[in-house]
Design a binder for this molecule. Structure first.
Ligand SMILES: Nc1ncnc2c1ncn2[C@@H]1O[C@H](COP(=O)(O)OP(=O)(O)O)[C@@H](O)[C@H]1O
Ligand SMILES: [Mg+2]
Length: 389
């Protein structure tokens, strides 16, 4: 491959801003894929895939539609203004089937006619759910409906309509699987609390990526570009990414570009430094804006910046929360001071307000209170910032 085509190929291999669409570029997530496949193969089972923003839910949904070949996959991205009917009409509009219709005249010729399923669905029907099920049951195919970004559905009525229909599918249909995908800490947040779904809906959590999954993205991607990487640089990239594949793609993309432009073969520390600098410039605008707001200074002190750095460096618990005492420890280490918790209380409180980009959230009260980054990807971004200086 010449230099120009390698540079173009980098954008295919590393795509920090778009979900994976092809299996060849997809890494890890085997247990989640297996779980969904089990669900599809079991009559009456459906699934709900939930997790933080940016962990790879849409990518997984895309790969599912590629992976499952014995099924008719339909993927819908939910929008804020969609309602129950509009979502199912959109889904049905993606199903076409052909049927034979009798011709007219003395020697009628049978003709094949392509029918779009959305045209046979009557929105005003009193039996909308039954109609959906009956139409699908009348076809020979197996169907997989994936509703991505379901967190955009806020109306509880729409959620409960979905829950009712899924339950009805489970009782009356053997050829249809529904998979709901969205950002949430738990299932109830995404679809509401419906006991009827307990047995028929499998909960599949998408966690942040493990180190080995992150490593797979780096190794597989760089191999395609014929670039090698040493262990320590690889480990550093994995560390920065903190389980968010976006950052793996971001750092590898800018590192690889630079390496190819310089006709080199090895991804080492020097290229990682360049990648961090370029990665920061090219990451999500919202994150950059929130970071700017959080760290704006009106004096010469860099207190805001140091507090944010201390938050990013402090260890997190399994709920991604940070103890205040740890923030104080790290703040003192960074600034070589010896302040007490009280002296940064005001700043931590401010960082939870919109004036300071709402970068933090306070969880709990009193002695048990902890802090958490509002956008979980901010922690990785701040870590990159620390290392770009
Ligand atoms: N399994 C995977 N293998 C490689 N890259 C991935 C994988 N999952 C996600 N990514 C990358 O991570 C980023 C976020 O993925 P996305 O699927 O959009 O997350 P979500 O839908 O959870 O917000 C994208 O750049 C995508 O290419
Ligand atoms: Mg998504």
């Amino acid at each position: 491959m010449d230099q120009e085509s390698r540079l173009l190929f980098v954008n295919k291999v590393f795509s920090p801003s778009s979900p994976i669409k092809k299996q060849d570029f997809f890494s890890g997530r085997r247990s989640q894929l297996e779980k969904v496949c089990d669900v599809v193969n079991e009559d009456g089972q459906h699934a709900i895939i939930f997790g933080e923003r940016g962990v790879g839910k849409t990518s997984l949904a895309n790969i599912l539609t590629e992976l499952l070949t014995n099924i008719y996959p339909i993927k819908i991205t939910c929008n804020k203004n969609d309602d129950f009917c509009s979502l199912w009409l959109q889904a049905f509009s993606k199903i076409q089937f052909s049927t034979t219709v009798e011709g007219f005249g003395f020697k009628p010729e049978a003709k094949k006619k392509v029918i779009n399923l959305a045209n046979v669905l009557n929105q005003k029907s009193l039996y909308f759910n039954n109609d959906i099920i009956n139409h699908l049951n009348s076809l020979n195919d197996k169907f997989l409906f994936i509703f991505d970004e379901f967190d955009n559905v806020e109306d509880v009525k729409i959620k409960s309509d979905f829950a009712d229909l899924i339950k009805a599918f489970s009782d009356n249909s053997t050829n249809t699987t529904v998979v709901i995908v969205g950002i949430a800490d738990d299932v109830n947040e995404l679809i509401g609390n419906h006991q009827s779904l307990e047995r028929c809906m499998k909960q599949i959590k998408m966690p942040r990526m493990s180190e080995s999954e992150s490593e797979e993205i780096i190794v597989k991607g760089l191999q395609k570009l014929e670039i090698s990487i040493n262990e320590s640089t690889k480990k550093q990239i994995i560390g920065f990414a903190s389980g968010f594949p976006h950052y793996i793609h971001l750092l590898c993309k800018y590192g690889a570009q630079e390496i190819i432009e310089n006709n080199k073969q090895e991804f080492n520390k020097a290229y990682l430094d360049i990648a961090i600098r370029k990665g920061i410039e090219n990451t999500n605008e919202q994150l950059k804006a929130a970071f700017r707001m959080a760290t704006i200074n009106n004096s010469t002190s860099e207190k805001w910046l140091n507090i944010l750095y201390a938050c990013a460096m402090s260890p997190i618990d399994k709920y991604n929360c940070i103890e205040k005492s740890k923030i104080v420890d790290y703040y003192n280490r960074l600034t070589m001071k010896n302040v007490k918790g009280d002296s940064i209380s005001y700043n931590l409180k401010q960082l939870c307000t919109s004036e300071r980009g709402e970068v933090l959230q306070k969880i709990g009260k009193g002695l048990n209170s902890r802090y958490r980054f509002t956008n979980p990807m901010m922690r990785a971004f701040v870590k990159l910032k620390i290392n770009s200086n």
